[in-house]
Design a protein around this ligand. Structure first.
Ligand code: ZN
Length: 257
């Protein structure tokens, strides 16, 4: 990769060209610093079919591997993009990506604001997702304190998190720390109790009342919600490869029922 991972313009151009060639529907959710923030819906998702996959990347701009991994995965033409409804948010925070900062152009951490309809971008995202139901929602992130991959799982359909981490660990090993950001992990996996009451308690007590995308999606739109993290101090190409593998592993799990 001979260009910067923070070249948001290049990233979005490649997405526009891919979406055009595939005939996906583009929903512009907003505009930030001259960049569009858009959602892409494949034909099945645009037709309102339920199930399938939601994936977002680039919510935190200082985590550059996920948006490129999502792009490369989609460009490679995985079968899931034809077979199941899929909604993709290629880059939620393009100004943050360009500036290499966690927050958006107003200094806001979007991932503590997915309940906040006062933000026009979030309001239009909520409207787009209104009545949509996914089997899996995936949020791709990175962590500069981590030394390995890890996963937050909120799941109704069994507990595939360990299997999915296993599929990725030859690229980057699992995080070995028993605690990440104050939460207890086991072998890189944190399984949240999916009771709504518990999730609201996490938002109130651990996140200062700010709703992350993954919990909002589970409470409103997804049977299973996963947040996958790579260590952002590690080699960029390895991080991108790990996110691509994660997307392949979840897609495989989904397609095999
Ligand atoms: Zn993040």
């Amino acid at each position: 990769m001979e260009y910067s991972g923070h070249d948001a313009g290049r990233l979005l151009k490649r997405w526009e060209s891919l979406a055009g060639s595939k005939g996906w529907t583009t929903h512009v959710l907003g505009e930030a610093g001259g960049y569009p923030v858009f959602a892409l819906l494949n034909e099945r998702a645009a037709a309102g079919e339920a199930g399938g996959l939601y994936v977002s990347a680039g919510v935190h701009g200082d985590e550059c591997a996920p948006p490129w991994a999502l792009l490369q995965w989609a460009e490679a033409g995985p079968a899931v993009l034809d077979e199941l409804p899929v909604v993709l948010i290629p880059c939620f925070n393009p100004v943050g990506l360009s500036d290499n900062t966690r927050v958006n152009e107003e200094g806001i951490d979007l991932n503590r604001n997915f309940q906040n309809r006062d933000l026009p971008l979030i309001a239009s995202w909520q409207s787009l997702l209104h009545e949509k139901k996914f089997t899996f929602a995936l949020n791709l992130h990175e962590d500069y304190d981590a030394t390995g991959i890890y996963l937050y799982e909120i799941a109704d359909d069994g507990s595939p998190g360990d299997e999915i981490l296993s599929a990725c660990q030859d690229i980057i090993p699992r995080e070995t720390a028993p605690s990440v950001d104050g939460s207890e992990f086991e072998n890189g996996l944190l399984i949240h109790d999916p009771e709504a009451e518990n999730l609201h308690q996490i938002v109130e007590e651990d996140l200062g009342g700010g709703m992350p995308e993954a919990i909002y999606l589970y409470l409103n739109h997804a049977r299973n919600s996963f947040t996958f993290e790579t260590p952002s101090e590690m080699d960029k190409l390895r991080r991108i490869a790990a996110h691509e593998r994660f997307l392949e592993a979840v897609s495989g799990y989904l397609r095999n029922g």
